[in-house]
Design a protein around this ligand. Structure first.
Ligand code: SF4
Length: 124
């Protein structure tokens, strides 16, 4: 469920794409860290989530939704909370993406980079 006022959630967030999600049935603790988790434990958890997202057929829909909804917690579409914060810092709040696909348009390279070999700790 969205974790912010519903008025801020994009109107098209019907979640149909979640039916094909690679994370269906998985323990949510893979994607949502405990409060105050930091350091290597947090990095390990984020990497495990990104590895699942990297294989997910609806990763782009998920990332687009999370950016537009300003999901505050968890890994969505391979984007961690910190990945999304970096994106928001670049966006003028008056022009925050609202329409479906706008998140991909403003942050396509960030979304790609979030599951790159470098981000996943995989060296060629
Ligand atoms: S991209 Fe990741 S969080 Fe989003 S639906 Fe797919 S597996 Fe789940």
């Amino acid at each position: 469920m969205p974790q912010q006022p519903l008025a801020q959630v994009p109107a098209d967030a019907r979640w149909n794409w979640q039916e094909d999600a690679a994370c269906q049935g998985m323990d949510s603790s893979i994607f949502f860290h405990p409060q105050n988790e930091r350091g290597s434990a947090r990095s390990k958890r984020d990497r495990a989530a990104k590895l699942v997202c990297a294989q997910c057929p609806v990763r782009l829909e998920c990332a687009d939704y999370a950016i537009r909804a300003r999901e505050p917690y968890g890994v969505w579409g391979g984007l961690t909370e910190e990945d999304r914060e970096h994106i928001y810092l670049r966006i003028d709040a008056r022009h925050h993406p609202r329409r479906k696909g706008d998140g991909l348009r403003i942050a396509g390279s960030d979304i790609d980079r979030a599951i790159s070999g470098n981000a996943l700790g995989i060296t060629a």
